[in-house]
Design a binder for this molecule. Structure first.
Ligand code: NAD
Length: 287
């Protein structure tokens, strides 16, 4: 039976550390501030954004939730971002995805100042990540949270064969870059990959981020491998499952993240951590 990589507990200690840092900054007169923009009324997005908003408040940060109607224009959303770019009390800006079809998500996220881009989607921050540049810059929260979880369990990357399934800018691409930067040998797979399951079986560390329930099961996993299941899928019975069949996979893997309670809690804790980091970095830059 695999070791369970417990994201809930790891996230709770990360949140404790974040609160200490947030309180320290507030005592210096610089309360960390995060703003989340939500467009439309997608129920899942409403839950995600409200959870982020509440968590930030709980950790002692300033938290602003801007809810805009589905019919808002792209220019109006960018206008909101620009106001937040100028607002000295806000250090982190996040635009919740998905956006309605009439709004180009890339144009909107590119309008966030790189120094406030808590999701790490701005081309400046992506470029620094891919170029393995020195210095401090934000990185997408789910991949960064995965790296924290691996570190917590002393799972190292150097020399390991990693297979990442799913190539999104939110998860697959940045997690591949982070792992390459730690000297893993990374294969980034997607829908067009041939013999996907045979490839998965070569991985010492397998990251699955596709949104396809039970894409990977025990027979596709190398015995003893570490399995990171990023997927969040809601079944007809309302239960959450990942992209990995936990029951069979946990019999073969050496370590595995559960869904829920694995990567999910790490994402939000990392968002909070990175808001505090952006606040600290803004001070260091003299802003
Ligand atoms: P996305 O739809 O943007 O990207 C999915 C990627 O997986 C694409 O590259 C697609 O080609 C690939 N893919 C889909 N089905 C595949 C298949 N059958 N075989 C091979 N490749 C396949 O999704 P995303 O934003 O990267 O999210 C992926 C999953 O992770 C979703 O379930 C999402 O809800 C979840 N997610 C979880 C967290 C978290 O905090 N736990 C954070 C972000 C996303």
């Amino acid at each position: 039976m695999a070791i369970i990589l417990d994201g809930k507990t790891t996230a709770a200690s990360l949140n404790d550390a974040t609160k200490i840092q947030a309180d320290k900054l507030t005592a210096q007169g610089i309360q960390p501030g995060i703003a989340v923009i939500l467009v439309g009324e997608d129920p899942a997005s409403q839950i995600y954004t409200r959870n982020k908003h509440r968590k930030a408040e709980k950790l002692g940060m300033k938290s602003v939730l801007i809810e805009l109607p589905e019919t808002v224009s792209q220019d109006e959303v960018i206008n909101e971002v620009e106001k937040l770019n100028q607002d000295q009390s806000i250090h982190a800006i996040l635009v919740q995805s998905p956006l309605p079809d009439h709004i180009d998500a890339t144009t909107v996220t590119n309008s966030i100042l790189p120094s406030k881009d808590v999701d790490g989607f701005n081309p400046t921050n992506l470029g620094k990540l891919y170029g393995r540049q020195p210095g401090n810059y934000p990185v997408a929260c789910t991949p960064k949270g995965i790296m924290t979880l691996l570190k917590q369990y002393d799972i190292t990357l150097a020399g390991k064969n990693v297979v990442v399934i799913g190539r999104s800018v939110l998860v697959g691409r940045p997690v591949a870059a982070l792992m390459i930067n730690q000297n893993a040998t990374v294969t980034l797979a997607g829908r067009f990959t041939q013999n996907l399951k045979a490839l998965a079986k070569t991985a010492d560390i397998l990251v699955v981020a596709t949104g396809t329930p039970a894409l990977i099961s025990g027979q596709d996993i190398k015995p003893g491998a570490t399995v990171i299941d990023v997927g969040i899928n809601r079944g007809a019975d309302g239960k959450l499952t990942g992209d990995v069949d936990f029951e069979t996979a946990s019999q073969v893997a050496g370590a595995i993240t559960p869904v829920p309670g694995g990567v999910g809690p790490m994402t939000i804790a990392t968002l909070m951590q990175q808001t505090v980091e952006l606040t600290q970095w803004s001070l260091n830059n003299g802003k």
